[in-house]
Design a protein around this ligand. Structure first.
Ligand SMILES: CCCCC/C=C\C/C=C\C/C=C\C/C=C\C/C=C\C=C\C(=O)SCCNC(=O)CCNC(=O)[C@H](O)C(C)(C)COP(=O)(O)OP(=O)(O)OC[C@H]1O[C@@H](n2cnc3c(N)ncnc32)[C@H](O)[C@@H]1OP(=O)(O)O
Ligand SMILES: Cc1cc2nc3c(=O)[nH]c(=O)nc-3n(C[C@H](O)[C@H](O)[C@H](O)COP(=O)(O)OP(=O)(O)OC[C@H]3O[C@@H](n4cnc5c(N)ncnc54)[C@H](O)[C@@H]3O)c2cc1C
Length: 633
């Protein structure tokens, strides 16, 4: 990801107009939206000013924009899709001429990415919105033929965006050419009124993400110029000739970009949850360890360390793997630019399973951090509930987790078959060939030994899936049916693959740079990486017992080492979360503030509740008093 001059956090955080007088949880649905538009517009203006003094295209957010935006918004930014999907879709899928045309207004337009429909989110080939070429007028006519074809979920679509990139089935001369992307203006720039032929609105309150302005959009004979189809990969010429893409899946490239990005995003989500819960655990004193000594910091309970230190380690794991995956993405995009698609299937498989594992892990680990803070973790002012609902949305958006794991499984099975035929495999799956050729080592209780063991699990489960599919086919099922019958195991293979990748990349990237770090830093980072790998070896002990030569004695030693690592990390725990360097204004937590004044901040926040503005609420006189007096004995 290119680095541009970034707005210093303290510059942005010093802007009064970005501060909230009333905590967001006390605003109505509508007030919430209006408040984030107020703040988002200030940010949008800053990004726009910043981009003007840069030589590159004036529509990309600075690299730390997401981090600042998340903190200031204290919720999701309704302009997010403009930067996360709308602009990347145009820069990746439009011709240079189209990019110049569509993005000529820079920050003067606000876009979103409208792909999901009421009736379809996963199965893109089933999308119902149509874009039909009108040869006479050199236009596409967009229609939503059914209620289920209405675009439904796109962020910012309800009331914020005035443009969008729409995924629709392309029809030319009566023939359907499948899903393609189209640049569509949906609101008047000056009045913001929906353009004629469109039905627009927001989809209603959600579990979280309530400031994202997820909306719906229906087309009724809505016309756009033919040139508004993004034509980098495939084209429709003026005479109606359709020129197909070298790879029809290039249309899905924007989703790969966000899936790759989400690893770093989840690293940051977890860093915030770990900072809040570890700092709170250092402040909170509760119960005794030795009966004759004072109440202890709850962080001294080993089980509390077990709950929390995995989040510190996982945040680093996702950050490091996110950078590794970003480098892979950038290399594959470079290859595609030179005409080679060879590594696209590998990138797709990696991004699918790593996006899924990182978002799922972020969800349950943030929940674990919340629970580790007891009742106070349940307060909105702790910010842990909001972190949870924001993170867990990512398990679904950008590709639902089960479906993406099945995509990775598709790649593993194909790779297994190639290994059986003696073909060479990419480094990320070459262990399948070693397993097939029975070249694997005896168990070693070391980080490398654990990584090798986790890879053996992947190979063993993948082999079992291949055999299961073959068994169902031999019993008369079609391949697709046999695939469905084996899907429980296929998911297991992908999950195991993702975990092995995370452990391998985390350990070897840390090991690779440790010689360049100060001794103390190298020691602590290696402790975190070893904690992560040992944690997952113990979590997956069942699979290791089935597919490797690990013994009960090895497992006992791993458990002992794990508990040693908890004790080694304990003295550095607060320093480790401080090193995430997340300012109080971005952390937004009464439990996690740097000064540790937890109880004072909790009381200050409670008194901001509108209910505390008066000692007796009017409802007493209106409703309670008559009943109390009536039944008073
Ligand atoms: C304010 C300041 C902010 C600044 C911010 C700056 C940057 C921030 C960036 C990101 C922020 C992070 C997070 C927030 C961003 C967004 C969150 C909010 C919005 C969310 C948006 C969305 O959800 S967009 C919609 C997402 N939808 C999906 O992902 C749909 C999932 N479905 C699919 O992908 C496909 O339908 C399918 C893959 C599941 C099935 O498709 P199908 O055609 O049926 O495929 P097959 O299974 O038959 O396989 C066919 C072959 O195609 C290959 N393939 C499939 N997909 C891809 C792909 N994407 N790339 C490459 N190849 C693909 C597949 O492997 C098969 O190949 P083989 O036949 O060879 O096996
Ligand atoms: C907060 C949020 C923001 C979003 N923002 C956007 C946005 O900006 N733009 C946009 O276009 N979309 C957006 N989405 C939509 C999102 O991309 C879809 O919800 C997602 O792709 C899943 O599709 P679906 O909701 O139709 O679920 P379905 O695909 O209907 O899934 C429902 C269930 O069916 C299962 N299933 C489906 N297919 C299969 C299969 N082949 N094999 C096995 N099981 C299967 C799934 O695993 C799941 O359990 C957003 C969603 C959320 C929650």
């Amino acid at each position: 990801m290119k680095c541009y001059p970034v707005p210093r956090e303290n510059l942005v955080l010093s802007i009064d107009n970005l501060k909230d007088d009333i905590p967001e949880e006390y605003l109505s649905h509508k007030e919430c939206y209006e408040n984030v538009i107020r703040k988002g517009s200030v940010l949008y203006d800053i990004f726009s000013e910043l981009s003007k003094d840069r030589k590159h295209k004036a529509h990309q957010a600075p690299s730390n924009a997401y981090r600042i935006s998340d903190g200031i918004m204290q919720n999701v930014n309704p302009f997010l899709l403009h930067f996360a999907l709308f602009v990347p879709a145009i820069t990746n899928q439009a011709t240079p001429e189209q990019q110049a045309e569509f993005l000529k207004h820079g920050f003067g337009i606000i876009g979103t990415y409208a792909q999901t429909e009421l009736g379809h989110g996963t199965f893109l080939r089933g999308l119902e919105t149509t874009a039909t070429l009108d040869l006479e007028t050199d236009e596409f006519v967009l229609n939503s033929p059914t209620l289920t074809s209405y675009k439904w979920w796109p962020g910012g679509l309800g009331h914020t965006a005035n443009h969008c990139v729409v995924m629709a089935q392309l029809y030319v001369k009566g023939k359907c050419h499948g899903p393609h992307l189209f640049f569509v203006q949906i609101r008047d720039i000056e009045t913001h009124e929906p353009l004629p032929g469109l039905k627009l609105g927001e989809i209603g309150a959600k579990m979280g993400f309530n400031t994202a302005d997820n909306g719906f959009l229906g087309f009724h004979n809505f016309r756009i110029p033919r040139n508004n189809m993004l034509m980098k990969n495939s084209q429709v010429l003026k005479d109606g000739t359709y020129v197909e893409s070298k790879n029809e899946k290039l249309t899905y490239g924007s989703m790969v970009f966000v899936r790759v990005y989400l690893l770093s995003d989840m690293a940051y989500m977890l860093a915030r949850a770990a900072t809040i819960s570890v700092r709170y655990s250092a402040v909170r004193h509760q119960s005794h360890i030795k009966p004759d000594e004072p109440e202890v910091q709850i962080l001294d309970f080993v089980i509390q360390q077990h709950k929390l230190f995995i989040s510190i380690a996982t945040s680093h794991a996702f950050k490091i793997c996110g950078l590794w995956l970003w480098q892979t993405y950038s290399k594959v995009m470079e290859d595609i630019g030179k005409g080679s698609m060879d590594r696209l299937p590998e990138l797709h498989a990696l991004s699918c399973c790593l996006k899924t594992t990182s978002t799922r892990d972020a969800g349950w680990l943030i929940e674990q951090c919340r629970l580790a803070c007891g009742g106070h973790g349940y307060l909105m002012s702790s910010n842990l509930p909001s972190l949870y609902t924001t993170a867990t949305a990512a398990i679904t958006y950008e590709g639902e987790s089960t479906v993406l794991l099945l995509q990775t499984a598709r790649y593993l099975i194909k790779s297994w078959k190639r290994a059986m035929e003696g073909e060479s495999l990419p480094a990320t799956v070459s262990f399948l060939s070693e397993y097939f050729n029975k070249r694997y080592n005896k168990w070693e209780n070391t980080p490398k030994g654990i990584v090798d063991g986790l890879k053996l699990v992947v190979a063993g489960v993948t082999k079992m899936c291949a055999e299961s599919i073959q068994k169902h086919v031999s019993r008369g099922q079609q391949y697709e049916e046999a695939w469905n019958s084996s899907s429980v195991q296929l998911i297991k293979a992908s999950e195991a693959y993702s975990r092995a990748l995370l452990c391998e990349v985390f350990w070897f990237e840390v090991d690779k740079v440790s010689s360049t770090l100060s001794n103390n830093l190298a020691v602590v980072l290696k402790q975190l990486a070893e904690l992560y790998i040992t944690y997952w070896a113990l979590e997956k002990r069942g699979d290791l017992l089935v597919y490797t030569t690990i013994s009960k004695d090895d497992l006992d030693k791993l458990q002992e080492r794990y508990e040693e690592l908890l004790a080694l990390i304990r003295p550095n725990a607060v320093g480790l979360v401080d090193s995430f360097d997340i300012r109080d204004e971005i952390l937004c937590s009464t439990l996690g503030a740097y000064d540790g004044r937890v109880y004072e901040r909790m009381m200050e926040h409670a008194l901001k509740s509108p209910l505390n503005a008066e000692t007796v609420n009017q409802s007493f006189h209106k409703y309670m008093k008559p009943v109390i007096l009536k039944h008073k004995i």
